[in-house]
Design a protein around this ligand. Structure first.
Ligand code: SAH
Length: 383
């Protein structure tokens, strides 16, 4: 399967869309957004550029995309006004925002939401002007553009970007690691979709090799595109120790494997189909991220921090929603995985699969909370 052609989050605003099912990612982004805004303010104050080019890589579609952009623009504008008090040079900042994702991403939904977002969030808060009027003197001018393509390779001309942001995208590999297939092209990770207790050791080695290849290509490409001193803030899922199977992320894939196995036992899925399905995901450890940044050599690490995403299991209930935690997680994984699962197994299994998955997650959380962990990495391109 050509993942870069098939993989996309469920678009639009419907019940199963990424837009309606990305509140867990939003909660995580809110926990660490101060790190992204501190990084861009630091960069702004060091160089006070009149024009800034910023990019969000793996932007998807839905409220998280524009919310991140809004926070970044706000931070730049606050820094500009603070700086004005000191220097009395009150110049308009022009900001070019590039939104990147794979070509089948629903870019149209973002562009449709953009005018209202400007009116409600940016212009009314007095922070910005998006091709419109604003009474505050010298508001930043903001323009957005979509950039379809894989971030595992070049996306922008050299030396053009000041700041790069990417959240919850870099744990997606460019492909399923080819080293997990034997000479006949069959997966050696039978019945499992990710590294599990039952996987031969070669499986985790193959996934690590693919992560190293992809992440170093990502760093190399971005180092060419960023200006000297430019910043990059990345958030991605990860794991705490050397063992893959001890992590919450791996447990969630294990439960999805078990949901597939139930459908096999019911005769709804052919066993061979399951044996040939693997996910192109990798949850690195802190050391693995650190190693690749150092090996590639273009970036200094300002921060590399682990944080746990609060599950907030009771939050949906207090919001008046009757969804259990299992259903909330299952629908958010569905919004991410549905395009690939439909392509491989067909549409007919999707509702049943995620129904079973939600129940298995609820059974597991009855034994103890599942708390996926993430890393936030703030990098600075070396001068
Ligand atoms: N940043 C958003 C969306 C995260 S979902 C948020 O924080 O909520 C992950 C996104 O990464 C998806 O939209 C997916 O299509 C995109 N993605 C995955 N691999 C990619 C690649 N190689 N190049 C560009 N985008 C990619």
């Amino acid at each position: 399967m050509d993942i870069e052609k098939v993989f996309h989050m469920v678009g639009g605003n419907g019940e199963t869309s990424y837009a309606a099912n990305s509140s867990l990612q939003k909660r995580a982004l809110d926990m660490v957004k101060h790190i992204a805004t501190e990084s861009i303010v630091d960069l702004y104050l060091a160089t006070t550029p009149q024009k800034m080019a910023i990019a969000d890589l793996g932007c998807s579609s839905g409220p998280n995309t524009l919310s991140v952009i809004g926070d970044i623009i706000d931070a730049i504008d606050r820094a500009r006004r603070r700086n004005f008090m000191v220097t009395t040079t009150n110049r308009t900042t022009e900001i070019q925002v590039f939104l990147n994702d794979l070509p089948s991403n629903d870019f149209n939904s973002i562009f449709l939401a953009w005018p209202d977002f400007c009116k409600e969030k940016l212009i009314s808060s007095g922070s910005s002007k998006c091709n419109g009027r604003n009474d505050r003197s010298h508001p930043p001018f903001v323009s957005i553009a979509g950039v379809p393509g894989s971030f595992y390779g070049r996306l922008f001309p050299s030396d053009t970007l000041h700041f790069i942001h990417s959240s919850f995208s870099l744990h997606w590999l460019s492909r399923v690691p080819p080293a997990i297939y034997d000479q006949e092209g069959k997966s050696i990770n039978k019945g499992k979709i990710y590294i599990s207790e039952a996987s031969p050791p070669l499986v985790s080695e193959a996934y690590l090799m693919q992560f190293q290849e992809d992440f170093s290509l990502f760093l190399r490409s971005r180092s060419l595109e960023l200006k000297s001193g430019g910043r990059m803030v990345l958030t991605l899922l990860g794991r705490t120790g050397p063992h893959h199977t001890h992590s919450a992320n791996s447990l969630l894939w294990e439960l999805l494997s078990r949901s597939f196995a139930i459908l096999v036992s019911q005769g709804d899925i052919d066993e061979e189909k399951l044996n040939s399905y693997e996910i192109h995901f990798y949850a690195p450890s802190k050391e693995e991220i650190d190693d690749e940044v150092r090996k590639e050599g273009s970036f200094a690490i300002d921060r590399l921090e682990l944080f746990e995403i609060e599950s907030n299991m009771n939050k949906s209930k207090s919001n008046g929603s009757t969804a259990t935690y299992g259903t909330t997680v299952a629908t958010s994984v569905r919004a991410i995985q549905e395009s690939l699962i439909r392509h491989h197994f067909g549409e007919h299994i999707v509702d049943d699969l995620f129904g079973i998955y939600g129940k298995l997650i609820d059974e597991e959380t009855a034994k103890g909370e599942i708390r996926p962990i993430s890393f936030i990495v703030a990098l600075r391109k070396k001068v």
